[in-house]
Design a protein around this ligand. Structure first.
Ligand SMILES: [Zn+2]
Length: 259
């Protein structure tokens, strides 16, 4: 049913949200405004996106897979595999400062609420920073891209002074009010689609079915070549024993079709 809405962030599409990313040659200044990131085990499925693993977290973490998950059952490592093994993905809100050329935040402090989705390598760097500075909401992070192809970042906490948004009471209130109005309650949608076992199996079948069809097509081409080649057509009667069709079928149609 149609309804009237407003041009406010509560109606912003989740997939339209600004995603945090640093490109080569850029140095971003951010603050992790949430104490805890959201984490999920997910499979990347070629051409389909990411899907939440249906397996048990502890089992997947200790053995790499859980056979109760249709994705885990067919997952293989490597760039070419259709279904990748379950991996941890993380997502959190960040406040990204608008900065001057030298990296200092402009005044008055201005931020954009963005969503940062990342993998193990960045999570590990953030653990190191958090272990050193305890609460990462109180310190800004300086993030530089060191490899554009793989989006590798060098993450450093600016630990010698409090986060820029904490400069005075008014700024704190203004920035936190902005964040509260712009934040997304449930970030898990950014980590992968959640599907039931049946749908997961269908996706797996579809993806692996495509692979099988591709193989079958090559075989068909080979078969076609055999059939159209006079030499092999001549050989066929001698190479395969003739099937006794006359006098009845060598199999029961009822068995094949089911009664
Ligand atoms: Zn799985």
């Amino acid at each position: 049913m149609a309804k009237q809405i407003s041009y406010t962030s509560q109606y912003r599409s989740k997939f339209d949200y600004p995603m945090f990313k640093v490109v080569m040659g850029e140095r971003a200044r951010i603050v992790l405004i949430e104490p805890n990131p959201t984490m999920e085990l997910a499979h990347y499925v070629k051409g389909q996106g990411s899907f939440v693993c249906l397996g048990d977290y502890d089992k997947v973490m200790s053995t790499g897979a859980d056979s109760s998950c249709p994705f885990c059952r067919v997952a293989e490592r490597g760039q070419d595999s259709s279904v990748r093994p379950a991996g941890r993905r993380f997502v959190t809100h960040v406040l990204k400062y608008i900065t001057k050329r030298n990296g200092d935040p402009i005044l008055p402090i201005t931020v954009e609420t963005q969503i940062w989705r990342f993998g193990e390598d960045k999570f590990s760097q953030l653990i190191s920073a958090a272990e050193m500075y305890d609460d990462l909401r109180k310190f800004d992070l300086s993030i530089e891209c060191t490899d554009d192809t793989w989006s590798r970042y060098n993450i450093q906490a600016i630990g010698n002074k409090p986060a820029a948004y904490l400069s005075d009471k008014d700024t704190i209130e203004r920035i936190l009010t902005q964040f509260k109005s712009e934040r997304i309650a449930d970030l898990s949608v950014f980590l992968g689609r959640t599907v039931g076992e049946e749908e997961a199996q269908e996706i797996v079948d579809r993806v692996s079915g495509q692979a099988h069809r591709a193989t079958a097509t090559q075989e068909d081409i080979g078969l076609l070549a055999d059939l159209t080649s006079p030499a092999s057509a001549d050989e066929r009667p001698t190479s395969s024993p003739s099937t006794p069709v006359a006098g009845g079928l060598p199999f029961s149609l009822d068995d094949l079709l089911g009664s």
